[in-house]
Design a protein around this ligand. Structure first.
Ligand code: NAD
Length: 476
């Protein structure tokens, strides 16, 4: 076996691994990135879950389905009449696939220009930072590395009572590939994926029933915002059943019968397709030879410190395969941090300002602490809120549902959290992230000039509302 030597070998080319490789190469290190992602058509691509079957294709379909839905239900309000609106799902899927292809092949171009050696094969960490690489044809080589970065991501959790069959009971990846709109769609888990994928197919005409085990809707989201969002989703026709513990699913021909317990009684619902999205687990299967000496934590994640160092010297782990929220941008920051630390620079990730976004309509986005968390911490605080219904741009956009909520320390006025449900929430939250990164106060946002007419004025007014001085609200 030949042995090639690199400064850094990254295993995994998703949104945590590929930025780690590119940043390390920018810093003058010799880098290889090994990735074994294979799409359903057999092609190998960099980009991991995010680009191939996650963030990017789902956002492409969310946009297309939203346009279809608005054309169907809202264009009339604008005085635009469309007769004979039709859906060409194959064309919609084709657009999505082209976006994915452009971005995934783009990574290879980025690797080439940065000087990263791209290897589409399976990587396994041996001892002494040696990486065994196995290609599709079974041939093997071993790479030697001064540093190894593990970035193998996560995969959907399968429920033993309803295993995936790729046809009727599917995971989030297969749920992006339907070739026709299901008449009745079941979704297990009213979490981030359930709501986003449920939205795509609901907008295209499916009846959607979401079965959620917990009694609380979106417990990770600020309670007031979650309540507001639930109201909107119910108005859109989602059948959201909380406190529903699934017990099994039977496939009979084209029908899936889902059994669940709710309110102490056994119940059933029949659907044409069932998406199971009850969370994701870290991917470590076959990754670590015992002599690699990399420890896992009690949840199966690779154990790391604050700087993403594993238990093995000069072996790092970043992204979904380590603790923390499973968010592409969190992984990217960790990957870049690891590369900079490897190159001898100072670097850290500010875990308290990682934003989250749920791409429903209205979108939900937040950063920092929820009101319940601030209350539980015993800190005195003020809250400012502002409804999009009082924002001119939101009215022009015909998207007046939702609000901005800002929580600030009562004594020091420091911004502790911002929570948004409404149009473009995922874009608007960036202002709060930047403000919190600089430890800004609500007054800093109050003094910042926001263009008129924009949605950002709702953020400004929420900051003003902290001191009961919003201009376009009653300040009660
Ligand atoms: P999730 O944790 O967001 O939601 C899973 C839901 O399933 C939870 O509400 C849970 O209570 C419920 N559940 C679990 N077991 C159940 C059961 N047996 N019956 C009924 N309900 C059950 O997980 P997800 O939606 O699968 O997403 C996985 C990860 O991917 C999350 O960490 C998420 O943040 C991330 N992700 C993020 C985005 C984004 O940033 N927009 C998009 C997609 C996925």
């Amino acid at each position: 076996m030949s042995e090639q030597q690199f400064d850094v070998v990254v295993i995994g080319g998703g949104p945590a691994g590929y930025p780690a490789a590119i940043r390390a190469a920018q810093l003058g290190l010799s880098v290889a990135c090994v990735d074994d992602w294979k799409n359903s058509d057999g092609t190998r691509q960099f980009g991991g879950t995010c680009l191939n079957v996650g963030c990017i294709p789902s956002k492409a379909l969310l946009e297309s389905s939203e346009l279809y839905h608005r054309a169907e239900t809202e264009f009339g309000t604008h005085g635009i009449e469309i007769g004979g609106l039709t859906l060409d799902l194959a064309a919609m899927q084709g657009r999505k696939q082209r976006i994915v292809k452009q971005l995934t092949t783009g990574i290879e171009a980025l690797f080439e220009s940065a000087g990263v050696t791209a290897i589409k094969a399976r990587g396994r960490l041996l001892g002494d930072r040696r990486v065994e690489v196995t290609s599709d044809d079974g041939s093997q080589q071993v790479l030697g590395a001064e540093h190894v970065v593990l970035a193998t991501g996560s995969t959907p959790i399968e429920l033993p009572v309803m295993p995936f069959d790729g046809q009727r009971i599917v995971d989030s990846a297969d749920a992006l590939e339907f070739s026709e709109v299901p008449g009745r769609l079941g979704v297990i888990g009213a979490g981030v994926i359930g709501l986003e994928l449920g939205s795509v197919w609901r907008r295209l005409g499916a009846e959607v029933v979401l079965l959620e085990a917990l009694d609380t809707f979106l417990p990770i989201v600020d309670e007031q915002v979650a309540r507001d969002a639930l109201k909107q989703f119910k108005r859109q026709g989602f059948d959201i059943r909380l406190g529903a513990r699934v017990t099994g699913a039977d496939v009979d021909g084209e029908i899936v019968t889902v059994s669940y317990d709710a309110a102490g009684a056994a119940q059933q619902v029949e659907v044409d397709k069932l998406i199971v999205c009850v969370g994701r687990r870290p991917v470590t299967d076959g990754l670590l030879a015992p002599e690699a000496s990399v420890e896992l934590d009690d949840q199966g994640f690779i154990a790391v410190d604050q700087s993403c160092r594993t238990s093995a010297p000069k072996v790092w782990a970043v992204g979904d395969v380590v603790r923390g929220p499973m968010l592409a941008h969190k992984g990217t920051e960790e990957g870049v941090m690891a590369a900079e630390l490897i190159a001898g620079h100072a670097a850290e990730v500010n875990y308290s300002t990682i934003p989250s976004v749920i791409y429903t309509a209205p979108e939900i986005a937040w950063v920092g602490k929820t009101e319940a968390e601030v209350k539980a911490s015993g800190r005195a605080y003020n809250v400012g809120t502002f409804p999009f219904g009082a924002n001119g741009r939101a009215k022009a956009l015909q998207q007046v549902a939702g609000m901005v909520k800002l929580i600030a320390d009562r004594e020091y006025d420091e911004i502790l959290g911002m929570h948004i449900v409404g149009p473009m929430a995922g874009e608007l939250i960036a202002e709060a992230v930047l403000a919190m990164e600089f430890s800004a106060s609500a007054e800093d946002l109050q003094r910042t000039i926001h263009a008129h007419p924009t949605l950002t004025e709702a953020v400004h007014e929420a900051a003003l509302s902290v001191d009961k001085r919003a201009i376009h609200a009653l300040n009660r």
